[in-house]
Write a protein that binds this ligand. Sequence first.
Ligand code: ZN
Ligand code: ZN
Length: 59
Amino acid sequence: MSVSGLCQICESRPAQQRCGNCGTLTCLQHYERDKGLCADCAAQAQPSPDRDDVDVHRF
Ligand SMILES: [Zn+2]
Ligand SMILES: [Zn+2]
């Protein structure tokens, strides 16, 4: 199966992969093969060490 169309992130390279989360077509540059996600989803899915709450601690 080949993916037709352009990468929906950079819109300049031919899409070669599809995000397993949002279905966005991405080029290889914007596809995290390890995670099977597009760059956007991969950035959101990054394991953040308990940083859900925004603690505003200023020193
Ligand atoms: Zn791209
Ligand atoms: Zn995605």
